[in-house]
Write a protein that binds this ligand. Sequence first.
Ligand code: SAM
Ligand code: SF4
Length: 323
Amino acid sequence: MKDKYGREIDYLRISLTDRCNLRCIYCMEEDNNEFFEEEDKLTKDEILKIVSVSAKLGVKKIRLTGGEPLVRKDIIELMDEINNIEGIEGIYLTTNGILLSEKVEALKKAGLKGVNISLDSLKEKMFHDLTRLGDLKKVLSAIEKCLELGIKVKLNTVMIKSKNDDEILDFVNLTIKKNLDVRFIELMPIGVGGKFEGVSNEDILNLIRNNYKNIEEVNRSKDGGPASYVKLENAKGKIGFISAISNCFCEDCNRIRLTSEGFLKQCLHFNYGIDLRKLLRGGASENDILNVIKDNIYNKPEKHLFMKKSNDKELKFMNQIGG
Ligand code: SAM
Ligand code: SF4
């Protein structure tokens, strides 16, 4: 269905948990992170109910995210059951890749169409420094396994000044050798993200232009999401830019978000939305839920205001919202 600004909202991102097996420095604190209570998280059946109602309102694409979605034990059954809901055309995953190798075959059978793997460094030490807990080899082997299985891979990369920003061209070079896209995501001042200085995508693109001759602009496809893309000559994959800060893409936004404790958010930036868990557990009928989601979609805000002060700004961390 369309919101009041005429945008077709057909994409639901679902955070399956706020827990994670990593502690990326711009996403979570090292210790003392606050987590939702287990009983406050949506169950598999509650998630399925919300997806099925959303599908009736025109949602076609689902992304499972987190926290780290692969730490949730029922993810394979959940994906399989979402895949059987009428109207759902594609299920995707955003993951840090640590547990992906061991689960990817079962996920593919359950309907996984494509995976975004977050990877901020190709150097073991820097990868460990940025994630505090990660083992780079596991992520690299997961990438290879996905490519072998023919699952579309996009790498999500956040560049931080004086940390990993000397690796920009190493990531760019991956698109020459491997059949995957690399997308540079600008650091957002959400949660602990505000403690670091990101690299703007404009600076990244300038660096690429200064180092490569033939760079092709790739037309933005309608369902291509918030990234704009370029491609190097003879490269297998594309280079994407998600520039929430320097270039707001809100006018094409097609998504709503469900947090793991059942809060339906219209926009990443704002703290408001609706508590679907309360409604579900309070005995609301399917029709009540449908009307509430319909109203929420219709009233999606026109755009984020990350760079402005506002009282309704989201104060949660990215692992709690679902990035
Ligand atoms: N754990 C999974 C992962 O890392 O892919 C899924 C959830 S994570 C919150 C999703 C994405 O959000 C990751 O690509 C991560 O780099 C990004 N992210 C987290 N905090 C961010 C921030 N402050 N600004 C921009 N991106 C952020
Ligand atoms: Fe975990 Fe993803 Fe946040 Fe890193 S970015 S701490 S992997 S939720």
